[in-house]
Design a protein around this ligand. Sequence first.
Ligand SMILES: NC(=O)c1ccc[n+]([C@@H]2O[C@H](COP(=O)([O-])OP(=O)(O)OC[C@H]3O[C@@H](n4cnc5c(N)ncnc54)[C@H](OP(=O)(O)O)[C@@H]3O)[C@@H](O)[C@H]2O)c1
Length: 332
Amino acid sequence: MNYPRIAIVGATGVVGQMFLTVLEERKIPFSSLVLFASKNSAGQTIQYQGKTYTILELNETNVTAHPVDFALFSAGGDVSKIYAPLFVKIGAKVIDNSSYFRMHPDYPLVVPEVNPEDLQGHLSIIANPNCSTVQAVVALKPLHERYTLKRIVISTYQAVSGAGSLGIHDLETRADQDHLKKFPYPIHQNLIPLIDVFLDNGYTKEEMKMVHEMRKILHLPNLAITATAVRVPVLNAHSESINVTFEQPFLLEDVRHILATSPGVTLYDDPSSFMYPMPSLVSGQDQVYVGRLRVDESLPNTLNMFVVGDNIRKGSATNAVQILERLLTKLS
Ligand SMILES: NC(=O)c1ccc[n+]([C@@H]2O[C@H](COP(=O)([O-])OP(=O)(O)OC[C@H]3O[C@@H](n4cnc5c(N)ncnc54)[C@H](OP(=O)(O)O)[C@@H]3O)[C@@H](O)[C@H]2O)c1
């Protein structure tokens, strides 16, 4: 195959910019690169790998005039709904960061370390999971293979970068109630136990996304999962407290060995030397860090762990580019 033609949709956003960084870091070859954003950014230029690229407005005329082989989307569900099928129509494969296609039975939802087998067959749109889902399943899948998951209780501490450039604005400017661009309340000196919107069952959409997406990726449609998602005043990298019950008993030393040798995971766990994962440590890295491993003494076969991942990298851009790498290998 010749070098692919690649498009980024949402190229001016937090995730879109990280796509550019990760494509360069991982030396993904391309014969052309087309950058799309909204009409507000059209005409802006970006310097990248020694060349100047002009941002194009995302519209049917521009998409049709610039055919590509792969399109990396990160411009929200409404944009994906309309434009992903258009890219497919002109012959591209779409890797989509929005939630729009994630639970659609026709489209795979993939974390390459966890369910690469779902990239088999005819692929048009591949969904990239929610950032909180990605880091959880990277840590849980290798333990599931050995001990079989029974129940997961997950509580998140999610960085403002997960809410895009407007979320970063609200923290960095310490916006008060009158100057907020993203959150319903100031995030500085605060926590907000609402991510996305409330649903009829009292959970938030973010919490239910985690439940449904983890079940789909792990191929465990009936797995018991309950989630609480909280926005915290941290710039980047999501943290998760995960309480997990297995069908089989485990030894903590075996759990450590499994995690230390699993792809995508860095075991970072030594209380005697104050080694535990934190956003400040993990931000900027592609590995998912796991620490604070403890036996839950209140329930049989139950483990506590603390999992931290860079939501813009492994939670979004890196995972999408890893999917692209797999597709390129398949096609070569
Ligand atoms: N941040 C995360 O941790 C994360 C993780 C997983 C998934 N995601 C998903 O990735 C997507 C983008 O997130 P983000 O954090 O990068 O947000 P962001 O910083 O707000 O960027 C949004 C991007 O979408 C573009 N856009 C908005 N409306 C558009 C339209 N009508 N046509 C074309 N482009 C349009 C924006 O272009 P302009 O600059 O021209 O407005 C910008 O490039 C969302 O679907 C989000 O759910 C984000």
